[in-house]
Structure formats: C-alpha cells, structure tokens
Design a protein. Structure first.
Length: 276
C-alpha cells in the first residue's frame, strides 16, 4: 500500500496545480469507499478556494477555508491531475475512478481506487482533533522524531522494534517497506524487543529512517501494484531495496542470505549477518 514517501510524492505533485484554485464542481461516481463519501460534499466544496495542500501521516489535507478535505489512498488508491484539455477530447473516467474534484480552470483531481479502501472525508473543525488524526505520533522527518523521544517511548515495551515502528502512535508513516530498509541500514534485527534497544542504537535507527525516507521521496516512492504519481508515472525506489522482497537472495553487503519471516501478519526481511 502507499506509504509516506508515496503520499509525500503525491502531495508535492498535486499541490502546485491545486493551491489558490477555485473549486467549480465535485463528481462522486461511487461513494462507498472505506467510509462513505459525504453526499453533500458537492455543496460544501463548490465555490471554495484551496488555500493549501499538506500531508499529515498518510493523509492529504486540502485546506478549503471553510473546512478541510481529507484524502487517503488506502491500499490501492492513486490521485492524478488531469490538466485542461480541448473540449473535443476529454479524458474519460476509467473503471474505479470514483471521485473528481473539478477546478475553475477545468483541471481535474481524480481518485482511482480499485479496492475502495481509500477515503474522501470532510472536517469543518480543528483538523488535529479529527478522530483519524488526534492520536498520531510525530512526523519522522521532523526534529520531533529523535532518539531521546523514541528511547523514552519504548521503555518497558515488549513489542518488536519492527512492529513498534509501524505503530502510528509512536511515529507516523514508517510502513512495512521502509521499516525493513531502515532496520537493515541501522544493523538492527527486526525481532529485537523495542524496550531493550539503547540510546546509541536508536540514534543510528533515527538517522537510518530519515535517510531511507528521504531517498525514497527523491526516487518518487515505490511502485508496487497500483501506485503511480499524480502525472501517472511510477516511482523507482524499489530498485534500491537492500532487503525488502529479497527473501532467499544474497545480501548486497555481506553476501549472506536474506531471511523472510512474519511479524504481525506482515512480512519482514533481514540479513542475520548484518542485523543483530
């Protein structure tokens, strides 16, 4: 599913086309996503100006002045920006194109979501108090996510470090792919109990997480299954994987064999020789 780098890439891709634009219309083709799209969304949004487009965790937040439009890509969703075209040759919606946001210059933001686990929601109050966002941990690329904080947060925890990194109340957006890659760079076995890791190792892990996410954003994220950028092109970070998806293959660093295990219903990949 799209993780933080994919959502950040999408945010950076759509923001220049949306910010400052007036919303002319909304088309809902299928309201039955993970949560139903509000039926009155066309009335709520029409005539509003998009003041900002930001990311919080894996949510995209469109500030429309009178409220916030919350978008989530779910497991298979993607957003595309369709630039104004000649009226004689419009780009027709495909199957699973469930939602269009149409701007006054005829630019269209279109949500494509085959599995329908994504979300299009509206919130008129303080966005930090929305039930989906209120208990989220710090952003991993900010100064708030640091070794001292992570060390303190994990004292007494018996969960593995891999599962801890995927807990959005500890840190947001470090999903399965990037947790695997960061743990490899930090030399930490994903099975190690989070509460037994010292400050020094957490320093290395924090640096590895930030480095991995930055590299992934620069590469446009990873294209696994359905994810594409807002212009329809894929991401390429999967070409740089050290361990993810490489179970049974040779480690690029020590020539050992990459192992694959299950942790919390998700696959973990690690090198026993490099990660302790």
């Amino acid at each position: 599913m799209p993780e933080l780098p994919e959502v950040e890439t999408t945010c950076r891709g759509i923001a220049p086309h949306l910010t400052g634009k007036l919303i002319a219309n909304v088309i809902i083709r299928n309201a039955m996503l993970r949560w139903p799209i509000p039926h009155d969304l066309p009335e709520l949004l029409s005539g509003s100006t998009i003041q900002a487009v930001v990311r919080r965790a894996k949510y995209l937040l469109l500030d429309c002045g009178r409220g916030i439009l919350i978008l989530h890509l779910g497991m298979s969703g993607s957003l595309r920006v369709l630039l104004p075209r000649l009226a004689q040759s419009p780009e027709l919606p495909r199957k699973h194109d469930h939602f269009d946001l149409i701007l006054n210059d005829q630019t269209i933001l279109r949500l494509h979501d085959p599995r329908r686990f994504g979300a299009v929601l509206w919130h008129a109050g303080n966005i930090a108090q929305h039930p989906l966002l209120t208990n989220l941990g710090p952003e991993p690329l900010t100064a708030d996510f640091n070794a001292q904080r992570l060390f303190a947060r994990t004292r007494g925890l018996r969960a593995s470090i891999k599962q801890t990194l995927m807990n959005n109340q500890v840190v947001v957006g470090v999903g399965n792919i990037y947790a695997n890659e960061a743990l490899f760079l930090a030399g930490i076995n994903p099975k190690v109990t989070a509460g037994r890791i010292g400050k020094g190792r957490y320093e290395r892990l924090i640096q590895a997480i930030k480095h991995t996410l930055q590299l992934a954003i620069e590469a446009g994220g990873s294209s696994l299954r359905d994810f594409v950028h807002s212009d329809g092109t894929p991401g390429y970070f999967q070409q740089q994987y050290w361990v993810y998806g490489r179970g049974g293959k040779q480690c690029k660093q020590c020539a050992g064999v990459i192992k694959q295990i299950k942790q919390g219903q998700r696959s973990s990949f690690y090198c026993p020789g490099c990660q302790h």
